[in-house]
Write a protein that binds this ligand. Sequence first.
Ligand code: FES
Ligand code: FES
Length: 166
Amino acid sequence: MTEAFRDRIDIALTVNGEPVEARVPAGRHLVDFLRLDLGLTGTHAGCEHGVCGACTIQVDGQAVRGCLMLAAQADGAEVWTLEGLTEQGVIRDLQEAFVARNALQCGYCTPGMLASIKELLDIGGVPDRATIREHLSGNYCRCTGYEAIIDAVETVAQARAGKGAA
Ligand code: FES
Ligand code: FES
C-alpha cells in the first residue's frame, strides 16, 4: 500500500527475493534507494540521466534504468540487482563467459551490462551479433571496445541452446 506523507512515500517491494518496506522521499531514484538505503552497491550510477546504462537492473523481469525510475514507482515491484542475480546463480554462465572472454576491464559498466543481457537471453534462441549489439546499444563501455562482450553473449546463447560450450 502506498501512503503519501508530506514529501515521503511508503513503499513495499521485493528486492532480490526479500520483502522490503521503506518510507522514501518522493524524488528518491531507485538506483539511489538500492545503493544508499539498502547498501546494494553492485548497481552503479554513471550519467544519472538515462544514457549510459550503468544503473540497469531488473524490475518485474525487464531491464530498467534505475536512474530513470523513482523508488516510489517500484512500489509492489519485484526488483533484482547484481547481488541477487549472482546469488541465485542465474547468470553464472554469463559471468564466467565475461571472465573467459575478457569482457570486462574496470567493470563499471558490467552490472548494467549483465542485467541487460539477461533480458535478451531470457527471450531464448541465439541472437545474431547485430541483435546483441542493438540490445546493448544503451549500455556504454569505455574499456572493452564491445567485441569481447558480444563474444561472451554469443557464447552463452549458443551454449544455452545446446550449440556450444560457454
Ligand atoms: Fe542510469 Fe547512466 S546512470 S543510465
Ligand atoms: Fe570499464 Fe566497461 S569494463 S566501462
